[in-house]
Design a protein around this ligand. Structure first.
Ligand code: THU
Length: 137
């Protein structure tokens, strides 16, 4: 990994942690933060926003991606996620984006785009969701 990409990983993870602090997750008590880096250098954050009608909850990754796209059409070059309370000691199976978010991520991330997960894990988009659904019209 180059020192430049190491730097963007650290900055993005910090942004995801900062977003997580504003998580609205009174029902699950499971805060998640996400941060998206665009080619134009801008960073957009998202956190999970829950609702009393549970199914209306929106995950941190989607909030971050939709916020980024709303502000700029620049390409997504990396995404970072920070999952759970700091002292939670979650199993690694919990330290990954959900399936719905993977499909949404695959719409905006190239197959080789990196996803950094707080706690020193890293995936490519293709590792997280091979054979993602594409609409050919
Ligand atoms: N959550 C996310 O924000 N991202 C994911 O990829 C997995 C789950 C949120 C949704 C809900 O608020 C809480 O985590 C527990 O599922």
């Amino acid at each position: 990994m180059t020192s430049e990409s190491k730097l963007s990983e650290e900055i993005l993870i910090d942004a995801a942690r900062a977003a997580k602090k504003n998580s609205y997750s009174p029902y699950s008590n499971f805060p998640v933060g996400a941060a998206v880096l665009l080619e134009d250098g801008q960073i957009f954050k998202g956190t999970n926003i829950e609702n009393a009608s549970y199914g209306l909850t929106c995950c941190a990754e989607r909030v971050a991606l939709f916020s980024a796209r709303t502000a700029s059409a620049s390409k997504v070059v990396a995404l970072a996620i920070s999952i759970g309370h700091e002292d939670a000691n979650l199993p690694t199976d919990s330290l990954v984006p959900c399936g719905a978010c993977r499909q949404v991520m695959s719409e905006f991330l190239d197959p080789d785009t990196l996803i950094y997960v707080d706690g020193n894990r890293m995936f490519t988009m293709d590792e997280l969701l091979p054979h993602s659904f594409r609409l050919k019209v």
